[in-house]
Each structure stands twice: as C-alpha cells, then as structure tokens.
Design a protein around this ligand. Structure first.
Ligand SMILES: N[C@@H](CCC(=O)N[C@@H](CS)C(=O)NCC(=O)O)C(=O)O
Length: 202
C-alpha cells in the first residue's frame, strides 16, 4: 500500500504509529508528498481531491482518507489488540478521545497559520487560545482514565496533538499547568511506535 507521507505531519504520524502498533508498518510504502493549505498539490488530487495527507492508496488503486479512516482500515488487517475497540462501553469513549485529539490538532494547525499571517486576526488568535486551554484542562482531568485504558486510537490522537504542541508551540509550556497529562505524555513518547515516528525540525 502506498502512503502519501511527510515526516512532520502530525496526522501522518497518527497513521504511522497505528501501523507500528499493529505490526503493519512493513506493508506501507511511504511516498514523500508536499502539501500546504495555500498550495494544492496537483499530483495528489487524483488520490485525494482535498489535497491532504495522510492519503493511503490500496493495492487495487483505491484511495482512503483521512487519518482516522486509514487507522480504522489498518485495524481490520491484524488480529492483535484493536485500536478501535468493538465493545460499545469503551468504543465510544475511544472515538470521542480520538475526536478531541484530532480537533486539538486542527486547532493548533489553524492557530499556527493565523499567527504566521502578515496581519493576524486577534479575534481568531484569542479564540484558539481559549479552546486550546479548555481542551488541555479537560484532558488533565481525564488523564487517570486515559492512562487506565488499553492503548488505542484516542491515545494516538491525543499523544500526537501534544507532541505537535511541543514541536510548533514550545512557548505554550503546557506541562506547567497539566502535570498528570505531562506524565502520561512522557510514557506515550517512550513507546517504540512513538519513538520511531518523532518529527524532526528541518
Ligand atoms: N482530517 C484530516 C486532516 C489532515 C491534514 O490536515 N493534513 C495536513 C498536513 S498535517 C494537510 O494535508 N494540509 C494540507 C491542506 O490543508 O491543504 C486527517 O485526519 O487526515
């Protein structure tokens, strides 16, 4: 399978962590694909009309996106512990955490774009800061439950979002007010799947 990939995309990282966790990483051929919100990649459009990565192309040529769909697909290809649990008692918690991690990532990417504009909108910057703080406060409260749940798609999304905050927003210093979350993120970062997929500045 071909994966449109980039080393610094946090959404691609979700898929790569899922592939490592499920033992499927060797089935992926990663193809470096450059994307930017302001510059649609014409070569990617046939596989993904939204010009976003990650995009997976199956062996029969059919595409799959976005990161959540790709992770759910990979989860059907192995017999180990599932990233998307089947039991409704835990499934809806896992997919809600997945949505929170994804939403936090979307917000951080928009925030970064806004603050790099020549004339950023203060209203947008302020709103991003409020939502970011609210999300981290919720995660801090939920950390004991997150830590007690078998590793899955929610952990992947939340871990990738926090790592992206470190990577692009080092100035936020989120650990100071979120000590439980910081301790959990440390253990996430030490997983072999996380270590193998860390973003590097360049
Ligand atoms: N909801 C999508 C978001 C993917 C996404 O925003 N990827 C970024 C790279 S980290 C991208 O492709 N940006 C290019 C664009 O927005 O045009 C997913 O989960 O895969």
């Amino acid at each position: 399978m071909k994966l449109h990939w980039s080393p610094r995309s946090p959404f691609v990282r979700k898929v790569m962590i899922a592939a490592h966790e499920t033992g499927l990483v060797d089935r992926l051929t990663c193809v470096r694909t450059v994307v930017a919100m302001t510059a649609p990649n014409a070569a990617l459009l046939p596989d993904n009309p939204l010009s976003k990565i990650p995009t997976l192309v199956l062996d029969d040529g059919s595409p799959l996106y976005d990161s959540g769909v790709i992770c759910e697909y990979l989860d059907t290809l192995h017999d180990g512990s599932k990233l998307f649990p089947a039991d409704p008692k835990v499934r809806w918690i896992a997919v809600r955490r997945h949505a929170l991690g994804n939403g936090l990532l979307d917000l951080l990417i928009l925030w970064r774009n806004e603050r790099e504009r020549a004339q950023p909108s203060q209203a947008h910057l302020d709103a991003y800061a409020v939502k970011y703080k609210a999300a981290l406060d919720v995660l801090e409260k939920e950390t004991p439950a997150i830590a007690a749940t078998p590793f899955g798609i929610g952990h992947i999304a939340i871990g990738c979002a926090l790592s992206y905050a470190d990577f692009r927003f080092a100035d936020l210093n989120w650990r100071a007010e979120h000590p439980q979350l910081a301790a959990w993120h440390k253990s996430f970062s030490q997983r072999p799947s996380a270590r193998a997929t860390e973003a590097v500045e360049g």
